[in-house]
Design a protein around this ligand. Structure first.
Ligand SMILES: NC(=O)c1ccc[n+]([C@@H]2O[C@H](COP(=O)([O-])OP(=O)(O)OC[C@H]3O[C@@H](n4cnc5c(N)ncnc54)[C@H](O)[C@@H]3O)[C@@H](O)[C@H]2O)c1
Length: 315
């Protein structure tokens, strides 16, 4: 069966999705929408897509694809996803799934009603090295997780490219989701610090206590003038720990020490894995379990509390 997809948002990341979809067998993109008509036309021409427009909802109504990928700016995610679900069309919704926890709750409710579903685009859940870390935790080899530190620094062009979205919602949301995934549940006692205060080009630090007692320490900086320092995760368990560095290794400490060279996993194809998973859910009529709208809501509650701690309120 050929799976028919639509795409909302043909910007940088929408084009990334189109590139990987081209590599998935038996998938056809039937419609592309972008507020910027030139962007919609350019992407449609490049990928041989027949239908395009400024608004995805009439295209969904007319062409009834099996699923839609929503890769437009965060502020548009919920209205577009609710529109798709109202037509019974499942949506892969890029992160952040919503801009507020209240909006995310609406999507969780619409997802629960079915028949459509939401697959939040938390791409690290589809990254082989990150899945290996989650498996080590699940195996019990390092015991109960006591703390998770994650940092994700990006070059300072982010402050210019994304003036309308907080670094917590754009970049740290990945680490918030990692913490939700690896320590379970949401978190409370959330505190955030930003230096310089009020600036997009800044460093943000967040601490929180996960629902199962693990302390989260998350750091994101949009201050690097050039290449940023690699992403890093450090997990301390009751009987060991795990260190991870992008492009380098996973090191496991404790009763079962391991050094895992990331070369073992080959090139990171997490977006391909994510889109392939969406397609396989559509093809088999299965709801997603790797990451759910409920997981994204758990993370967005922490993001909202972090923004409140910065005195920003929700965006
Ligand atoms: N998972 C990841 O690692 C990752 C990485 C980058 C971006 N993203 C997410 O992807 C989304 C897009 O980011 P980007 O970097 O491509 O931004 P972008 O600004 O390059 O592209 C966004 C596109 O959406 C279009 N658009 C705006 N409103 C629209 C609407 N109502 N309907 C259809 N199109 C609309 C814009 O014209 C633009 O072409 C964001 O939600 C972002 O958070 C995810």
């Amino acid at each position: 069966m050929v799976v028919r997809l639509a795409l909302a948002g043909a910007g940088l990341f929408g084009q990334e999705h189109l590139g990987v979809i081209d590599r998935i067998p038996d998938v056809e993109v039937v419609a592309i929408a972008d507020r910027n008509e030139v962007a919609a036309k350019t992407a449609a021409d490049r990928h041989g897509v027949l239908h395009r427009g400024a608004d995805i909802l009439p295209l969904l109504e007319k062409h009834r694809p099996d699923g839609v990928i929503i890769a437009s700016p965060g502020q548009t995610h919920v209205p577009l996803a609710l529109g798709a679900l109202a037509l019974g069309i499942p949506a892969l919704v890029e992160k952040p799934m919503a801009m507020t926890a209240a909006e995310a709750q609406m999507l969780v409710e619409a997802d629960a009603k079915g028949p459509g579903f939401v697959l939040p685009g938390h791409v690290l859940r589809f990254s082989s090295p990150h899945r290996r870390i989650a498996d080590i935790i699940k195996s019990g080899e390092i015991g109960r997780v006591l703390s998770l530190y994650a940092r994700r620094h990006r070059d300072d062009s982010h402050a210019v490219r994304y003036p309308d979205i907080d670094p917590i919602m754009m970049t740290m949301i990945h680490d918030i989701d990692l913490a939700v995934w690896m320590t379970g549940g949401s978190a409370s006692e959330v505190r955030a610090w930003r230096s310089p205060e009020g600036a997009q080009r800044s460093q943000t630090l967040v601490t929180a206590r996960g629902d199962h007692g693990a302390v989260w320490q998350l750091a994101t900086s949009w201050t690097y003038p050039g290449e940023a320092a690699p992403d890093r995760i450090e997990i301390v368990g009751e009987r060991g720990g795990i260190d991870f560095e992008t492009g380098a290794h996973i090191r496991q400490y404790g009763d079962t020490p391991r050094h895992i060279d990331l070369a073992e996993f080959g090139p990171d194809d997490s977006l391909f894995n994510e889109d392939s998973y969406f397609v396989s859910c559509l093809r088999t009529g299965t709801r997603p379990s790797i990451v759910t709208a409920q997981d994204a809501l758990a993370g967005l509650k922490v993001a909202a509390a972090a923004l409140a701690s910065l005195g920003k309120g929700t965006q």
